[in-house]
Design a binder for this molecule. Structure first.
Ligand code: XMP
Length: 317
């Protein structure tokens, strides 16, 4: 029978065997997978693990600072890199979801590569790839039309010439969480909802501007903190907000307003491959909706997404 203790013991031993005294570089995302991968490798090789956490300007509100802090508390050797402007510049004017993903992927590799080159004699690249990532990236490459150029599997330039180590490649998300718990990683990281690599860029339909990111961050923050406050957060597999390109009419006093529509999405799922929309209580939705409309300038309408996957994917792009 699989246990997290046994998995950790075996994996740490294997990592020590394979890596020896080499240096390893790993990109942290703030998510469960990369964090658990980092802690496992940290147990195996300690200070020879170099972590890089890139701020792409598409993270949740205050996420970069908060998460960087928790990583430092966990004893990880981590460098935070603010690359917001590079990402915004590369995304300017792009509306097509796949082109957004490509631009973000390209800049990420550029920034990451620059940082990795500063580490002398690094031999390995570690990734937090988990089993469903492997499966989805195989199906995406299949004969059917490309669904989404998902995930960061195999997304490395050849010239980096690093050997790849992926200690979580055989695990499902719930197993990754168990391993993380056993490694005593903070609950705020372990219990975290999945968040896509391209971040808020694929939750802003149409082109990206720093202003739109700012609006969506505020909306998302109200939604997520209310989920946490009411204890609903842990019953939801993933939640977030979408900034639609739709402007709708509203009234404010005697004035007609013409402002953005945001959509809230919350789903239950096991692994993200299929998902059902969450039956969140009406009272909860009512509170979140009025808080958003009262507090976030530029938004006058909130809708709730009641579509399941398939066919509606979790993300709108
Ligand atoms: P979909 O939208 O395909 O999402 O139902 C399934 C899960 O994958 C996440 N997702 C992504 N993750 N890069 C990522 O790292 C991406 O381009 C990407 N697109 C979707 C999504 O958040 C959900 O957890």
């Amino acid at each position: 029978d699989w246990t997290s203790e046994q998995f950790i013991e075996n994996t740490v031993a294997e990592l020590q065997q394979t890596i020896g005294n080499d240096k390893v570089v790993l990109g942290l995302s703030g998510g469960v997978d990369s964090s658990v991968a980092a802690m496992l490798i940290h147990q195996a090789i300690g200070k020879n693990l170099y972590c890089i956490f890139v701020d792409n300007g598409l993270l949740r509100k205050d996420e970069f600072e908060t998460v960087l802090d928790s990583y430092k508390h966990m004893g990880l050797n981590v460098k935070g890199v603010n690359a917001k402007d590079k990402f915004y510049a590369a995304l300017a004017g792009i509306s097509d979801p796949e082109l957004k993903r490509k631009a973000i992927g390209r800049i990420f590799i550029e920034v990451f590569d620059d940082e990795a080159h500063l580490i002398e004699d690094v031999k390995w690249l570690a990734q937090g790839t988990i089993y469903p990532d492997v499966i989805e990236s195989i199906s995406v490459k299949g004969p059917s039309a490309t669904i989404k150029s998902h995930h960061n599997v195999g997304g490395l330039p050849d010239y980096m010439k690093l050997k790849v180590v992926e200690p979580l490649k055989t695990l499902f998300k719930d197993e990754v969480r168990l391993v993380g718990k056993t490694l005593q990683i903070d609950e705020t990281i372990i219990g975290r909802h999945p968040f896509p690599g391209p971040g808020l860029a694929i939750r802003i339909l149409g082109d990206i501007t720093p202003e739109k990111v700012h609006i969506l961050q505020q909306v998302d923050h109200i939604f997520i903190s209310n989920l946490k406050k009411t204890g609903l957060y842990d019953e939801v597999w993933q939640a977030g907000a979408i900034l639609t390109p739709v402007q709708s009419v509203g009234v404010m006093g005697d004035e007609r307003t013409y402002e953005s529509v945001v959509a809230l999405r919350a789903v239950t799922s096991v692994d993200g491959m299929t998902a059902d929309w969450c039956r969140l209580p009406y009272e909860f939705l009512a509170d979140v909706s009025s808080e958003i409309i009262n507090k976030v300038k530029g938004v006058n309408r909130v809708v709730y997404d009641i579509s399941s996957k398939p066919p509606a994917t979790i993300e709108w792009e």
